[in-house]
Design a protein around this ligand. Sequence first.
Ligand SMILES: [Zn+2]
Length: 220
Amino acid sequence: MAKTICLYVESKEKIDFKKISSFVEDYFGFASKVKKLKEAIVQTKGLLYDPVGSERLFENIKFKRSDIDILITDKLIATYEESDRRLHLRAAIFGFPSVTSTSCIVEAPAKPKEYYLAKQKYSLLKAWELKEKEVKQKFKDSFIDYHDPRLTEVLKGYIAQAIFFELVGNPFCGNKSCRLFNAHWQEDLIRAQIKSGKFCKRHSLELLKIKEGDCHERKS
Ligand SMILES: [Zn+2]
């Protein structure tokens, strides 16, 4: 049997799940189910620290072992890094299940330095509220914002990373034009997920194997 991906959704962002399902089917050969959660599982108002380690967050969901489960939240999620003893926002945290956050897609990868400088300048002049729209318009090709129509396209990449994590243990690729690139900058995120929107050669081949692998599983 081909695997089924379950997407548990508590994000209020507009996401086109038909497009995401076609993507998962086309590239992995997997079916996908979408479950919109009436009650948010992630109950925190602030940062959600290491959600994957807190299995209790997910005890309301009955997971099926054969499925790949991914939670899509709009809460901020973060992991604690020993190296600098700080919390770091993460667009996705991979585990069982993996969690991806639409708010962290906006907040975690850094925006261009020029944007922060403009924001700082206008904030000092107490004019940020007046100028925010104009500045964001100027940088619109350089970062993903809240309610951004490109969110669906970006989510495809994080869902692909979560599936790769589950199947082969490594969600990332070093190729900046591959959907598995681990982007720390918004501009890199846009390059991998929007401008390229493809997988590198190596991962395209792996995807073919994943599809074939499922056929072998079915035969045995
Ligand atoms: Zn790749």
